[in-house]
Ligand binder design. Sequence first.
Ligand SMILES: Cc1ncc(COP(=O)(O)O)c(C=O)c1O
Length: 467
Amino acid sequence: MNARPSTANPPARPVPKPLPPEFPGAARYGDEELEAVTRVVRNRSPFRYYGPRFGGEVEAFEREFARLISGVPGHPGPGNATIHATAVNSGTGALELALDALGVGEGDEVLVQGFLWISSISAIVRNRAIPVLVDSDDTLNLDPDQIRRRVGPRTKVIMPVPMLGGCARIGEILETVRGLNEERAREGLPMIRVLEDCAQSMGAHARGTPGSVAPTAPEGVHRVGTFGDIGIYSLQINKNITAGEGGVLVTRDPALARRIEALHNAGYARDQSTPVNWYGDDPVGWGHGRRLGELQGALARVQLRRLDDILASMRASHARIARHLSDLGLRTRATADASDPGDTGYYCQFHLPDRGDDASRIALGRAVASALSDFGLRPWFLHDFEVHVYYNIRPLVERWPLNGGGPWPASPRAIDPRHEYHRGTLPTLDHWLATTVGINIPSVLSAEDEAYIRDALAWVAATVIRD
Ligand SMILES: Cc1ncc(COP(=O)(O)O)c(C=O)c1O
């Protein structure tokens, strides 16, 4: 156990040194990725449904992803068809498609947390629905106890967004939603569905009973994204594995899976097609252009095989750095479930002492982030974390209309108070954001890198945070 460095006698200032890149999947690109891409090029078949020497990479990725994501810790997936995966060309597209598949449209409301990424909001607005913000608990994710206060008759979907690899209390969220849906069934109101935006947390585990209306799998530890009606993931470069761009949707519901597959492919599911009737004759609605290409499918297959190793490295480094922060007297973000393996470890967030007024809290957060940045620790003071924070999203705060108007009424007098988005709307989250700083945990840290990070944190704790 380290002695807590004292302010009067701070440790020596470490000499800044470069750290490995923060892109967990891309950091491990190697010969296998090269071979995968070359295979597709040699086959001259970069399209997901056919080609001169068609390789079926995207389809194989979907099967392999479904298998991995349905697995429980220590065991590979059961390999049955309980989970269906559809690969698409971005996480943002996956969200738009998921809400469409769940029937979200004009006048509907989607409940979502305020710590997210702008796409979690834009996907709602693009479907002509209205975002309703729900406050967060100490996991910094959607607080199950706040859901009932924000639900209305037009609520269609609840969207938890497990941020930076840290899970929400998803088991309690699902319990609350099932309770609400029992009441709504009696009142003749539409069922509330759950869409998990797991773009930042692919592979994380959490505890709970999946199913928004009735349980769809036993109580236990499951991978996030498999609790709700649909889960989405991203393959963009900052994510746990990457194909540069890409996304995945998963669901346990075969009818919904078919609808997703059709919607991502111009509205027509491929199982209807014949050699002379490529698009079949059974459209499910107005489709999207969301197919993933074979080059990215082939890359994603290799990366998927690396996912659990990447998670193991990040989790181990995160645990050691979090222990050090605790020795320094700094509390790290609460985890939803202390049982292993839990969160992904992608980011280590810690809370600053809660001193003074709002302005002095913000000044401290900025000073700490700036000092950590001088050491190359890639910190974010969460209040300043760009469009991950609801009140930093100008089009939301100002309720910018879509072409042709909506989803909010044009007259400010007609605005429902639940459709406010300025800072102050979510007091608990606002407080966490103003008192929390995080640093990235690369998946390839050496023992020396970790020692350097610990020294830098100790120096900043003694000289900038102080008592
Ligand atoms: C929480 C969240 N949702 C959605 C997305 C969108 O994913 P993509 O960048 O693949 O469109 C991101 C990624 O940046 C994200 O962090």
